[in-house]
Design a protein around this ligand. Sequence first.
Ligand code: PBG
Length: 327
Amino acid sequence: MAIFPMTRLRRLRANPGIRKLVRETQVTTQNLVMPIFIRPGKKQKREIKTMPGIFQLSPDLALKECEQLLKSGISSVLLFGIPESKDAMAHSGYAEDGIVQQSLKLIKSELPEMLLICDVCMCDYTDHGHCGVVKEENGQKIIANDPSLEILSHIAGSFARAGADVIAPSDMMDGRVQVIRDELDAAGFKHLPIMSYAVKYASSFYGPFREALENQPKFGDRKSYQMDPANSREAILEAKQDLAEAADILMVKPALPYLDIISKLREQFSVPLAAYQVSGEYSMIKFAAKHGAGNEETMVMESWTAIKRAGADIIISYFARDYAKSL
Ligand code: PBG
């Protein structure tokens, strides 16, 4: 490579035309997934205080939201349910008429072209707020891995029967992709892909989500099942495990603080990669912009570009609805 003054790297930055021509990374609406929180009722729309602009919606309004999304070019949503009732074993998660099941049937029948991805976890449906079964061991409460697997597979099977297009387990129990795959195959859903939250860190950036889903753990934290933010080699082990269990798509979560992990997975694996720009990442940009610390639109565009540049194919983002038009 020649050096300055023969080489001038600024030549390719001089105007919008040349910048566009040499741009390496392009985010499109096809890369985006919009999360939706669904609560029981009709015409219910409750804003989440820590996530201005994001709402819990009843199924009828979730359907309206999907119509809007399709118009703006977004055809994938990630569904979360806030059930009528919660218990220790997450029964409402696999009720025939559960909140997600109802919504799946409604949206599928009205908008068959919408891709419905379902978050599969116990914490949406447990009164203790943990992602697995709570057991007492030597006088201590623990989140028991193996007993949780059957329940997770019930939830996944139930979503599949109600019309889910993609099953996305987010619980971080060991072995759950395998039991879910077995359940889906046995129930006649061999074709349904699993998007595994393979690399999910025990992150402080999930704070606003727990208000959105009303699933703050009643005791302890999630560090015995979600990953330690300090670990990067372990991300490869998690990804390999889930691939061995036949996960079709791998996810890294959160996104921006973990770009190194996305890039590492991109180098090692050929399956599609998703990255979840989580609730705290949304609120960080939202509140910064609200207080005049930056331009919301350009911060969103830059964050999406960075996530894609790091190697993600799919971006799950609460900004998807409002900024699809900017792409
Ligand atoms: C449920 C789940 C969580 C998120 C997605 N699925 C919360 C958690 O694990 O504590 C976080 C999403 C967000 O913060 O936007 N297991």
